[in-house]
Design a binder for this molecule. Structure first.
Ligand code: GUN
Length: 292
């Protein structure tokens, strides 16, 4: 039976550390971290993620500002919001929740974000620094996973790691971080995607699998080897009439089938999700500390 990688509990522990740091800032009369979040439109998943991020800010004593815009906002008007956030001295860092409506170029918005305030770590400057191993903001989900591997003392050096999904936000940065020469790292990484020929042959050789494709129960028990470490990034809504809200959340991994076979596994919810939020708080704290 696998050991659970409890992202919820670990997040609580780490957020408690942040809270104490903020209390010290207060005592010393230093500036308190301030995160702003831009939410465009009414995507229910995005609304829920943003709610979580704002609530977490309150929990640790950060200031937060939520900027909501209608789905039909023009790209120009959104760029104006970005410009104001870049200039606003009170805001240490901010995020623009993705996905954006189709008529807005995510690339153009991302490029407009001041890299020093880019606590999502999505700007090419920050992704470039990350790739070179320079100090920067690491994208929250991959960073949360690295933190989890670190705090649970899971060996990574020399391990075979398969990342499933090559998104800019998760799969691509994850593959880079795991392959670098760091305390958590030194893996031999295979980044797989929709054109990968024989995924199962690769996952069967993997010591660590990161599933980030957004398809419910995609990774099945026959695809992993005994003792593999399973990291599930998926948050998929599946209809469930027995639940009050009409759906339940499942990962990209068939959890029930993999749990007996894996050595470590993240649950959904309560695994990677909370770690993402904690990493965003970490980046915001870092942005603020740069100013102190
Ligand atoms: N959409 C899904 N994950 C993320 C994230 O980490 N940051 C932002 N801005 N949008 C997202």
């Amino acid at each position: 039976m696998a050991q659970l990688l409890d992202g919820k509990q670990l997040s609580k522990t780490i957020q408690e550390e942040f809270k104490q740091e903020v209390q010290e800032f207060n005592t010393k009369g230093l500036k308190i971290p301030h995160l702003a979040a831009v939410l465009v439109g009414d995507n229910p998943a995005s609304q829920s993620y943003i709610r979580n991020k704002i609530k977490s800010c309150e929990r640790v004593g950060f200031q937060s500002t939520l900027i909501k815009k209608e789905a039909d906002i023009t790209e120009e008007a959104l760029l104006e919001v970005i410009k104001e956030l870049n200039a606003n001295e009170e805001i240490d860092g901010y995020i623009v929740q993705l996905p954006l409506p189709k008529h807005i170029s995510e690339d153009r918005i991302n490029l407009a974000i001041e890299p020093d305030k880019d606590v999502d770590g999505f700007h090419p400057m920050n992704l470039g620094k990350m790739t070179l191993g320079l100090d920067t903001f690491i994208p929250a989900t991959p960073f949360g996973i690295m933190t989890m591997l670190d705090r649970y003392n899971i060996p990574t050096s020399g391990k075979n790691c398969v990342v499933i999904g090559r998104s800019n936000i998760v799969g691509t940065p994850m593959s880079i971080l795991l392959s670098r020469n760091n305390k958590v790292g030194n893996c031999t990484v295979t980044l797989t995607h929709s054109r990968t020929k024989d995924l199962k042959a690769l996952t069967l050789e993997a010591d660590i699998i990161v599933a980030a494709i957004g398809r419910a129960n995609f990774l099945t028990a026959d695809m992993i080897k005994e003792g593999a470490v399973i990291i599930d990034v998926g948050i998929n809504r599946v209809d469930d009439a027995s639940r009050k809200r009409g759906y339940r959340l499942v990962g990209d991994v068939d959890f029930a089938a993999l749990e007996p076979k894996a050595s470590y596994i993240t649950p959904v919810p309560g695994g990677v999700g909370p770690m993402t939020v904690t990493s965003l708080l970490y980046n915001t704290l870092k942005a603020c500390k740069r100013k102190h």
